[in-house]
Design a protein around this ligand. Structure first.
Ligand SMILES: NC(=O)C1=CN([C@@H]2O[C@H](COP(=O)(O)OP(=O)(O)OC[C@H]3O[C@@H](n4cnc5c(N)ncnc54)[C@H](OP(=O)(O)O)[C@@H]3O)[C@@H](O)[C@H]2O)C=CC1
Ligand SMILES: O=C(O)C1=N[C@H](C(=O)O)C[C@H](O)C1
Length: 269
């Protein structure tokens, strides 16, 4: 049984991780962590998550006897999370998005000592769609008349980063697929359009971020050609695809040597 600490335990994602972990005999929740001034401090993490009591209060101290940390918080917390995972010698599932290059450097450095999975989406369906997007790009990139790729993402109104980490990852993977051909000009990442933009260039990937209501996450990759269009769409109907993926990543990390892994590693894709 893995001793699990959830950081951001009172958040939208943290609550679903706590709820699913409570039903999984492979985990024992040992800490549900939030900042000391958080309004949920002291509440039972299970009750807060809408399931039965787990007898673990939301609290701020980090225990040392943990096997794995799952983090769904905000970039401002990430350095602290990494530091505590290192101190405990615990594996880390880092699911927070909007990270800077400095955060990524710290994750790379920490991964010399502990095993870390970082992925902007823990969802199986999203990761599979990423592979399909790469395959589609490779098949169409040299088509006569040209290929236009645009990434549309929709999320709830509370989301603080844009475009989503997942949209950025789609763009990065699609750009990699383009680069299979050295003759292809470098891809330009274009975020939204306004005003007299001129005609679309052939080598850009466009990103469009929509924020409405309580949408738990939706990504559409548009492959536009002259005469026909392909759209790959993956949409969550609730957050459990991400929470279940994070728990699968935590289990996969058990016994893994230090290193920085992705959900493609976890899902063997
Ligand atoms: N990889 C994936 O599959 C997914 C990733 N995400 C990402 O996970 C993150 C969290 O999403 P979500 O649960 O919706 O967000 P929430 O805002 O609901 O939850 C974040 C939690 O972290 C806490 N927190 C924020 N800043 C800090 C800090 N500096 N120190 C300690 N705790 C902090 C928040 O506390 P407070 O309420 O006080 O702000 C809150 O409890 C986002 O980056 C999102 O993009 C989301 C879904 C899937
Ligand atoms: O904030 C969210 O909700 C989500 N964030 C992740 C991202 O930025 O890609 C993953 C998912 O789409 C939900």
């Amino acid at each position: 049984m893995m001793r699990l600490a959830v950081h951001g335990a009172a958040g939208r994602m943290g609550r679903r991780v706590v709820a699913l972990a409570a039903e999984d005999p492979g985990f024992r929740l040992v800490a549900a962590i939030e900042q000391p001034e958080h309004s949920c401090i002291g509440q039972d993490a299970g009750i807060l998550a809408g399931c039965s009591e787990v007898k673990v209060p939301v609290s701020s101290p980090w225990p040392n006897d943990i096997d794995v940390v799952i983090d769904f918080s905000l970039p401002g917390a990430v350095d602290n999370v990494v530091e505590h995972a290192l101190k405990a010698g615990a594996s880390l599932v880092m699911a927070t998005t909007g990270l800077s290059e400095d955060h990524h450097r710290k994750l790379r450095e920490a991964s010399e000592q502990i095993a870390i999975v970082w992925a902007p989406s823990m969802s199986l369906a999203v990761n599979l769609t990423m592979k399909l997007a790469q395959q589609t790009t490779r098949a169409l990139k040299d088509i006569a008349g040209g290929l236009d790729i645009e990434i549309l993402e929709r999320h709830h109104r509370f989301k603080e980063d844009a475009p989503s980490g997942t949209a950025l990852k789609f763009g990065e993977l699609i750009a990699d697929a383009y680069r299979d051909n050295d003759a292809q000009p470098a891809v330009q990442h274009v975020h939204g359009r306004e005003g007299k933009t001129g005609a679309r260039t052939r080598n850009e990937i466009g990103y469009h971020a929509i924020r409405t209501g309580d949408n738990p996450g939706e990504h559409t990759i548009v492959f536009g050609m002259l005469g026909e269009t392909i759209e790959l769409k993956v949409a969550a109907s609730n957050r459990d695809c991400y929470a279940a993926g994070a728990l699968a990543a935590a289990k996969w990390l058990e016994g893994k040597p230090p290193g920085l892994y992705s959900m493609f590693d976890v899902l063997d894709m």
